[in-house]
Design a protein around this ligand. Structure first.
Ligand code: B12
Ligand code: SF4
Length: 509
């Protein structure tokens, strides 16, 4: 039976610094799993096939759609596909996915249309009510979609497949099936099907990348339950890691096959098991791989000490991002982060001493956060700049669906889910706009606090480390991305050029 998996075009905000698209590794995993179970699979990667196409979208002002136009995506789907699966990772992209699903339904009235990914998991009912989907796969997708394909091929209903929400053909109602257990060990999942998705057309990556890199996954899930994070809704509390030797085998294979020297790990919560993290570093070092690797997700500051930092650096992990979130113990407590503010300096000092480039991530505008809390965050930011941290990123708080703070705000009647709300989920990293879910601050104030935080960081940083200013200017002028900030500047410049080209009709496809 033929299953076609679709990576829809991305909706990217014009002036954000974290909206780069990565190769669809989740789909590549599902494709390899389905194939191993005897199904035929095709992948339509709308982003990869239209990397340079950035078009304004009428319904979503302020955003550009990156990737093939809708009609070309639908045309690329093989009409003999029995199941068409759509990846729906980001909440703000739902308006695009919804339109694509609707067009696919018109062209393929008899196919089974399925969505999966973070947004489809957190808001499955909304997805089924707004788009002509047959079912949403909740959480980890490989086993569920394989069982779904088996059931459909055998002419059975979907009711026995755990881990889905589907539209019953008998009653038309929405049915949620039994919860699915996470796959364990995750080494049983075959490596991603990179013969069906071309990762190297994705030129730009999150983080300070200097060349073509490969995405990988070493672990899935997170044992913590921060109130603003959707990890629990997606993966529950289970953290599953791959065998370090298998991970490094995969790195070696990509180095051999594609000449890859740089790897981005899409793990949401890296290094939570100290022994495992050490074993992974030692395996990379032991095999003499001359590679660099990093994780775009923030590392918890309580996981890294001197020894770990040194091992990481020696194994090629040269840029680390810490998810510290706030300098205020009260806000960290409200976020259920389980961190003490003093921890950040230890981790940061250890990482700088080990020779890593360090970025620290913050959130401003959390519900209940006061001016005093913001001042505490600024104080930590200044200390970090003086200590030699290379950069910071400040997000404005957004209540992502699937998080406990989202549920809380909904129960207080402070969230109305409509397209306007969904699009706001992309505003956390906007440089020109912020929304507020904190009655104490307006969105403009939060944006102002964010800029003031960034300004304080660079003033102190350039005062204590003046050479940094020159290397940043040199990198931006020569197009090198050694830091997130440099990449953001270059990426926004690139979007402006593409927009101008489109305006003059040169970039149209
Ligand atoms: C790597 C990553 C990034 C990368 C690139 C992501 C990309 N592909 O473009 C970068 C750093 C650029 C990034 C940026 C952002 N990110 Co991000 N990112 C992640 C992260 C850590 C890993 C994603 C991943 O590759 N996972 C590994 C694969 C194996 O898992 P998966 O993709 O989820 O796929 C599985 C299932 O979802 C399912 N599945 C997936 N697709 C399909 C399709 C079908 C048909 C089926 C049946 C199943 C299915 O099966 C797969 C295999 O089990 C996730 C957290 C997480 N662990 O998921 C956050 C996450 C996806 N990001 C998030 C956010 C908010 C953002 C930003 C908006 C942040 C910001 N404020 O700017 C931006 C937006 C970027 C954009 N392109 O628009 C949120 C999304 C929440 C939401 N509901 O929107 C997440 C969940 C983090 C969080 N918990 O808050 N991100
Ligand atoms: S923010 Fe990080 S530590 Fe907290 S639940 Fe999410 S992944 Fe885990």
């Amino acid at each position: 039976m033929l299953v076609t998996l679709v990576n829809p075009p991305a909706l990217v905000a014009r002036f954000n610094y974290s909206t780069l698209s990565h190769p669809p590794i989740g789909l590549a995993y599902i494709a390899s799993f389905l194939r191993a179970r005897g199904h035929s699979v095709r992948v339509v990667d709308a982003i990869g096939a239209g990397m340079e196409i950035f078009e304004p979208v009428r319904e979503t002002p302020g955003f550009l759609m990156q990737g093939l136009p809708f009609d070309q995506v639908v045309r690329a789907i093989d009409p003999s596909s029995r199941i068409i699966g759509f990846s729906c990772m980001f909440t703000h992209s739902w308006p695009v996915v919804r339109r694509l699903v609707t067009l696919a339904r018109e062209k393929f009235p008899n196919a089974v249309l399925v969505a999966g990914g973070e947004h489809a998991t957190a808001m499955a009912e909304l997805c089924l009510s707004e788009a002509p989907l047959d079912c949403c796969v909740l959480g980890e997708g490989e086993m569920t979609v394989a069982e779904l394909a088996d059931a459909i091929e055998a002419g059975r209903g979907m009711g026995d497949v755990s881990g889905i929400i589907f539209r019953s053909s008998d009653t038309g109602g929405i049915v949620r099936t039994k919860e699915r257990k996470r796959i364990s060990p995750i080494d049983s999942i075959p490596w991603p099907a990179w013969d069906l998705v071309t990762p190297h057309v994705y030129r730009l990556y999150e983080g300070p990348s200097t060349g073509p890199t490969m995405p990988m996954v070493a672990s899935r899930g997170c044992p913590f339950k921060c109130s603003f994070c959707s990890s629990f809704a997606m993966w529950k509390k289970r953290w599953e890691a791959r065998d370090p030797a298998g991970i490094v085998d995969e790195m070696e294979e990509y180095a051999r096959r594609f000449g890859t020297r740089e790897f981005q790990f899409s793990d949401i919560s890296p290094f939570v098991d100290r022994d495992w993290a050490e074993a992974l570093c030692r395996e990379i070092i032991g095999r003499g791989l001359d590679v660099s690797w990093q994780v775009p997700a923030g590392v918890r500051v309580d996981l890294i000490d001197k020894e770990m930092a040194w091992l990481l650096a020696r194994s090629g992990f040269r840029h680390i991002q810490y998810a510290f979130e706030s300098g205020s113990p009260a806000v960290l407590g409200a976020m259920n982060k389980g961190l003490r503010p003093e921890k950040v300096m230890d981790a940061v000092n250890a990482s700088i001493a080990a020779g890593m480039k360090v970025c620290v991530l913050f959130i401003i505008g959390y519900p209940g956060e006061t001016m005093e809390d913001v001042k505490l965050t600024w104080k930590v930011i200044r200390r970090l700049a003086a200590a030699g941290v290379h950069e910071i990123a400040i997000s404005s708080f957004v209540p992502l669906p699937g998080t406990s703070v989202f549920e809380e705000l909904c129960s207080q009647g402070r969230i109305r889910v409509d397209d306007g709300f969904l699009l706001e989920m992309a505003s956390a990293t906007s440089l020109t706009h912020a929304a507020s879910w904190n009655p104490g601050f307006t969105g403009r104030k939060i944006l102002f606090f964010k800029w003031l935080g960034i300004l304080q960081f660079y003033i102190v940083s350039f005062m204590f480390h003046p050479a940094r200013m020159f290397s940043m200017i040199r990198n931006i002028v020569s197009g090198v991305q050694e830091s997130k900030t440099e990449r953001a500047v270059l990426e926004i410049g690139r979007k402006i050029v593409l927009l101008m080209r489109n305006a003059y009709g040169k970039g149209k496809h």
